[in-house]
Unconditional design. Structure first.
Length: 523
């Protein structure tokens, strides 16, 4: 009898617990979206700084909100919160994950130097970082491959062949279908609506937006769809929706090299140290295409041999420009012509650690959000015949365009095409500061000019010697950004200069210092 009563009581408790659990689940599912849930911070702010962490929960499909997307949110608190309008940072990529560490156990905010970079803005206002739906920091995450950060993952990824690459993408895409993840809901408009949902969930009236690279397209879409919530915007390395980044890459690459040839020819020291620079560049790239350059890269996971053909060598030179090191490119190619590989090796190591692609057997892109947005919004709009003609006539400057995997990825990825209305310029009357680098081949200054002419309250500033993401390369650009958030007037006079040419003298001194250190090591 006692045993039966115990069993009955246990059953009642189980049933009651199950009902409470079911009610809790139903209550959570029934809770209105968007909603913000406080969570424990895993980040380690410096002494004296504070941070708050949240999860933003939004509908995957706002027209049919059956599934949820969960996004990490970090609020870097102001020292003295005098301004009620925070700055929201919108990451690039698409697929960048500023709230996810690139190496196991690291603090991503320390990796990205976020506390120092936002120090001036945080004197008065909070800085908010929100994850991109579908990327790291989001649930679901559309990435199709484990991160590159672990040594086994690096080794495994480097060995992927093109047939294996296609199979990985096919399996990954089919898995999303099985899990009922609607990849059509992971385009730029959905990301823009996430920002509006964040503003609503935090009960804010207006915010400022700060976007870099793809983050500028994200910010522009917020301005188009939700202009009332945006007080001011800073766009660095502008990628507007009316521009197709896959269409004319050889012409863009040729343009930055011709600018370099002209700048070097106009500088007495560069001209003397690097005579006939244009032919030297053509010669080293052509020779690498005939007989790839063999190097050993000193990487975090040990020394790795690499063979740089013409396309990969061109990627290294373009990486130097992207990093704001255009003045070193003449020194690198002139040294390479006489057999000195040190500068090329240094920047090849930097490129491989930052982006990868040199050691892998083929150019890969397993970021599902990248594939979704680029196939949906870029490749679908390419005039393929015109692109092929540009590649055929581009000579050495077309080598990187030939590495694009979108022609192979997009048929496998199966994502709906963006409607033409999304490719129209944004015309919102929001105060906007646009920043470009003169040597930015990823998002050239011409794209910033095109975006600015449609924005009635915009100012476009070109930093002549810099590359991609000038606010992290030039103190003047960072100052303009910070001051614009305090006083968003596009008509104010610039407090510092942006038109400084490349410093070829400093580049020559760095090369001499490199040689000195080499001699000292040998001795």
């Amino acid at each position: 009898m006692w045993h039966n009563r115990t069993m009955i009581a246990s059953c009642r408790r189980i049933v009651l617990a199950s009902l409470l659990l079911l009610l809790g689940v139903c209550s959570a599912l029934a809770a209105p979206l968007p909603r913000l849930e406080r969570e424990r911070c895993v980040f380690r702010p410096p002494r004296g700084d504070k941070i708050e962490c949240y999860t933003l929960i939004v509908a995957e499909n706002r027209a049919n909100p059956r599934s949820e997307v969960r996004l990490k949110v970090a609020v870097l608190k102001a020292k003295r919160p005098l301004a009620a309008d925070p700055v929201i940072y919108l990451a690039g990529g698409p697929g960048d994950a500023p709230l996810v560490a690139s190496t196991a156990g690291a603090d991503p905010l320390a990796e990205g130097d976020w506390w120092n970079d936002t120090a001036v803005v945080r004197r008065r206002r909070d800085v908010i970082i929100v994850s991109q739906r579908g990327a790291g920091g989001s649930t679901p995450n559309l990435d199709c491959f484990e991160p590159r950060s672990s040594e086994p993952a690096r080794i495994k990824r480097r060995a992927v062949t093109e047939p294996q690459e296609r199979e990985i993408l096919l399996r990954c895409r089919a898995d999303f279908d099985r899990r009922k993840i609607d990849v059509a809901m992971y385009g730029t408009p959905s990301l823009a609506d996430d920002v509006a949902d964040l503003v609503a969930a935090m009960q804010l009236k207006q915010v400022n937006l700060y976007g870099i690279s793809y983050g500028t397209r994200w910010a522009l879409e917020v301005m188009r769809r939700h202009p009332a919530v945006v007080r001011a915007v800073v766009l660095d390395a502008i990628y507007p929706p009316q521009i197709n980044g896959e269409q004319n890459e050889p012409e863009i690459v040729r343009g930055v090299f011709e600018q370099l040839f002209a700048d070097c020819a106009a500088d007495k020291l560069c001209r003397e140290r690097n005579p006939d620079l244009a032919n030297t560049v053509r010669a080293v790239l052509t020779e690498a295409e005939r007989a790839p350059l063999e190097l050993t890269l000193a990487l975090e996971d040990g020394p790795q041999p690499v063979r740089l053909d013409g396309a990969k060598l061109l990627l290294v030179l373009l990486h130097m420009m992207r990093q704001g090191e255009a003045a070193l490119v003449p020194e690198a190619v002139t040294a390479l012509k006489r057999g000195d590989k040190r500068l090329v090796r240094q920047f090849a190591e930097d490129l491989e650690e930052e982006d990868g692609g040199l050691l892998e057997t083929n150019a890969q892109q397993f970021g599902g959000l990248f594939n979704t947005i680029e196939c949906r919004e870029t490749w679908a709009g390419v005039d393929q015949a015109q692109r092929e003609r540009a590649i055929q006539t581009g000579g050495i400057y077309s080598l990187t365009a030939q590495l694009s995997k979108l022609p192979a990825f997009c048929p496998v990825w199966r994502v709906p095409v963006a409607p033409p209305a999304e490719r129209q310029p944004v015309t919102a009357a929001v105060p906007a500061l646009l920043l470009s680098g003169g040597y930015d081949w990823l998002t050239p200054a011409a794209w910033g000019r095109d975006a600015a002419k449609h924005l009635p309250e915009a100012r476009h500033v070109i930093f002549r010697a810099q590359g991609h993401g000038v606010s992290s390369q030039d103190t003047c650009a960072a100052r303009l950004r910070d001051e614009f958030f305090d006083a968003p007037d596009p008509r104010w006079p610039l407090p510092c200069r942006a038109d400084t040419p490349p410093d070829f003298a400093a580049a020559a001194e760095r090369v001499k210092a490199l040689s000195t250190r080499e001699r000292e090591r040998n001795q």
